[in-house]
Design a protein around this ligand. Structure first.
Ligand SMILES: Nc1ncnc2c1ncn2[C@@H]1O[C@H](COP(=O)(O)OP(=O)(O)OP(=O)(O)O)[C@@H](O)[C@H]1O
Ligand SMILES: [Mg+2]
Length: 372
């Protein structure tokens, strides 16, 4: 890997008894978008605030290019305004008593920029985010999407080296959110700016990032390209968090080297043959099977040796205009398949779910990779 643009090493931060950030480390290349993704309270905002300089870590170091901007061991702490980072906060935090121009120019004025430069910079950044002409509008009279753009303009106005975005789209309705997601990606590409993006929305994370860091309880559980994480999750938690999963429990009944056969609990006739994806497994081991619903096929009859086929009952089949959305039940487990153009099925019908061996992952129950 080329020399990283930013490197965070072994960051630790506690709030009282809460270990908010637990030995977190990552690297970002110049122009890359890295997303911190994880459930509420896993430490995303705290990590971002440490990078920005609004929070002091108890241990660890952050370097940007050749400079250490915080290093606990050496007592280095560069204040936020010297870090050349632009941040959009989780709540936008735009000033309601100021108009758009005042909101966006504030940071430049703090840095005592010349009036002519302030005007020029604000005009160009407002154009960038699509707010030209609204300079005089009071912040109180802006829509959610416009407020979000003001927050973005404010973070970009002094040409930061790194843009830190903390759930910038979370207050928008679904449609606007999708539109802003595309705009944000285009803007990032145009500026080739390095971004750390925080979200707990996996679609947002998948579409905006070059790499994802999936966080859980203050730690990074896996970091990599979206596709790599989707296809090769390292833990059940990561698999559950990225994409949809049908979980079934069973026991290993045969282990022939790299492939194992699992008998499903409560269904003597169902056997799943799959690759041993969680280390060596022994006969009798308790396991959990994870199936990606988008990778299964529906058929109307059992075939061949009966491996990797689950008899299911159709609960409902909703016609969406051009596709069917099918809700099924296997034993006591309900699940939905993604809408498809498959042959129509109707409620109550018996069908068979076919699983290819590589669409199934197997995890040791209560293993070292942890439960969900
Ligand atoms: N100033 C604070 N004082 C005390 N505890 C805090 C403080 N800030 C964060 N925490 C705690 O640290 C943990 C991590 O919080 P953080 O805000 O980083 O989570 P997050 O991943 O951003 O969550 P969310 O998705 O809800 O924004 C949580 O348990 C939180 O309650
Ligand atoms: Mg947060």
């Amino acid at each position: 890997m080329e020399q990283p643009f930013l490197r965070a090493t072994d960051i630790v931060k506690r709030f009282g008894k809460v270990l908010a950030v637990d030995h977190v480390g990552f690297e970002i290349r110049k122009g890359e978008v890295l997303t911190l993704l994880g459930p509420s309270g896993c430490g995303k905002t705290t990590t971002l605030r440490i990078i920005a300089g609004f929070e002091r870590p108890e241990a660890g170091e952050v370097r940007v290019e050749d400079q250490s901007i915080v290093c606990v061991q050496k007592g280095i702490f560069l204040p936020p305004e010297k870090r050349q980072m632009g941040m959009v906060f989780q709540s936008y935090a735009i000033w309601p008593h100021m108009n758009v121009f005042e909101n966006v120019s504030y940071a430049l004025r703090l840095r005592r920029a010349k009036e002519s430069l302030v005007k020029e910079k604000v005009a160009s950044v407002l154009e960038l985010v699509g707010l030209s002409g609204l300079e005089e509008r009071s912040a109180m009279l802006l829509s959610g999407g416009q407020q979000q753009r003001v927050a973005l303009a404010r973070a970009l106005v002094y040409s930061p080296k790194i843009l830190l975005l903390d759930e910038p789209l979370s207050n928008l309705d679904a449609k606007l959110r999708e539109q802003m997601r595309v705009e944000l990606k285009n803007l990032q590409r145009r500026l080739s700016i390095t971004v750390i993006f925080v979200t707990h929305d996996q679609v947002e994370a998948m579409t905006l990032s070059d790499r994802l860091a999936v966080m859980r309880q203050g730690r990074i559980e896996q970091i990599g390209a979206p596709q790599e994480i989707y296809e090769h999750p390292r833990t059940p938690f990561v698999q559950e968090f990225i994409g949809r999963v049908i979980w079934l429990e069973g026991k290993v009944v045969d282990n022939g080297g790299r492939s194992v056969v699992v008998g499903l609990n409560g269904d003597e006739s169902a056997h799943i043959r799959c690759e041993a994806t969680d280390g060596k497994m022994n006969h009798g081991d308790d396991v959990v099977i994870a199936i990606r619903p988008e990778e299964v096929k529906l058929s109307f009859e059992q075939e061949g040796d009966g491996f990797n086929q689950l008899p299911c009952r159709v609960e409902t089949a909703v016609f969406l205009g051009d596709k069917y959305e099918c809700h099924l039940r296997y034993g006591a487990t309900p699940f939905a398949l993604p809408p498809s153009r498959a042959e129509p099925v109707s409620a109550g019908q018996r069908v068979c779910l076919k699983l290819s061996p590589d669409s199934v992952r197997i995890w040791r129950k209560g293993g070292q990779n942890g439960e969900l």
